[in-house]
Design a protein around this ligand. Structure first.
Ligand code: ACO
Length: 332
């Protein structure tokens, strides 16, 4: 079995910046409330007719390919993580394949929300390990802003989320001491409805009713305190699992890239892991929570800013709806 590595990483965010003050104009909220509870100052919202979940994924992918010195034609598989696909079906993976002008190669959608990118990375890693594929695009892309409840009822959720995309190209590593050292995946379906969009789904005989729209069950529901409680437990757990599996301790980490859920959750993880602030990457202030896109956007920015160098030990970790949680340990 051979290790895989991230040979290139890239991201794309829509141009439209929406600040907390902009939200104050369209809903009952305040910059102070949002910053104090989440750390978020602004986020990006897509522009209709310009940005789609699939084409943002394609733009991020082209940057990742460029960094790796590869062309779209070199890609032999697409794994696309999103909770906000362009259509209910088919998935956004095939749409991105079309966008990139590719044919015949497999395209797989992963529906694991905030953990989606790390789940997708783990799936891709297995295909490289066995030798089945050589150049796999791993994508996380989300358009949340078209599906949020901007009424007072939905404000605790809607101020958190933003739009954007990130992508990585996974290729065989030079040797088994570098690249992705291990991935760790978990789920607990007992909490499925604690963070979810419940309607319209196949669980109801009548797929879409006026009541669903009026009662707001077509929008994301989040039990904020339950999510917080589980997140601050599962993040350190799954980071430690990755470290122990490879014989490392927390202080060996050069850069931790946590899913950008909420700055308070990130601060809690940083303190619990005993890491200095500069070893835990945060950009939620500028992008909000972009779910499956948050880890690759953060990784791409950290690499672009020179905060991750060859040989560094990098840990990716995520927790979210499902509940699902995951980590990956990488010798960069
Ligand atoms: N602006 C102004 N006031 C608001 C807003 C808003 N956007 N949202 C809620 N409020 C008000 C409420 O109406 C309530 O007012 P009241 O006391 O008069 O009734 C008050 O603020 C407190 O509301 P809560 O819902 O109890 O807010 P809480 O303090 O729990 O904060 C939050 C909500 C930020 C979501 C918090 O529960 C939290 O941090 N949860 C963790 C979950 C999380 O961050 N998830 C991220 C996405 S999931 C993921 O990626 C894993």
């Amino acid at each position: 079995l051979r290790n895989s590595k991230i040979a290139g990483i890239g991201h794309y965010v829509p141009e439209k910046v929406v600040t907390n003050h902009d939200l104050e104009k369209i809903m009952d909220t305040s910059d102070a409330w949002i910053q104090e509870r989440t750390g978020i100052k602004e986020r990006r919202y897509f522009e209709e007719g310009k940005d789609t979940t699939a084409n943002m994924g394609a733009k991020a992918s082209l940057k990742a390919l460029e960094m790796a010195g590869l062309k779209p034609e070199d890609v032999d598989m697409i794994i696309f993580a999103t909770l906000s696909p362009d259509y209910t079906f088919p998935g956004s993976g095939v749409l991105m394949q079309r966008e990139l002008g590719l044919h015949n190669i497999p395209a797989l959608d992963v529906r694991n929300q905030c953990s989606g990118f790390i789940y997708a990375l783990s799936v891709g890693d297995q295909f490289i390990k066995t030798g089945m594929y050589n150049n796999i695009l791993i994508v996380g892309s989300e358009i949340h802003s078209s599906g949020l409840d901007f009424s007072t009822r939905g404000r605790a959720v809607s101020v958190i989320f933003g739009d954007g995309a990130g992508a990585a190209i996974l290729t065989p590593a030079e040797n088994n001491e570098t690249g992705i050292l291990s991935t760790h995946l978990h789920a607990e379906g007992e909490f499925a409805e604690e963070l979810a969009v419940l309607d319209p789904g196949s669980i109801k005989q009548e797929r879409l009713t006026h009541e669903m729209i009026d009662e707001g069950t077509i929008y994301p529901y989040m039990n904020g305190s339950t999510v917080f409680k589980h997140a601050v437990q599962r993040f350190p757990e799954v980071i430690n699992e990755a470290l122990q599996a490879n014989g490392y301790k927390p202080t060996d980490i050069d850069m931790l890239i946590p899913h950008q859920a909420n700055l308070r959750i990130t601060s809690f993880i940083q303190q619990k892991m005993g890491l200095p602030e500069e070893k835990v990457y945060s950009n939620i202030q500028r992008y909000g929570n972009t779910t499956a896109a948050s880890v690759p956007i953060a990784l791409s920015e950290a690499v672009g800013e020179g905060k991750i160098k060859k040989g560094d030990l990098v840990c990716l970790a995520a927790f979210g709806s499902g509940f699902t949680w995951a980590s990956a340990l990488i010798r960069w």
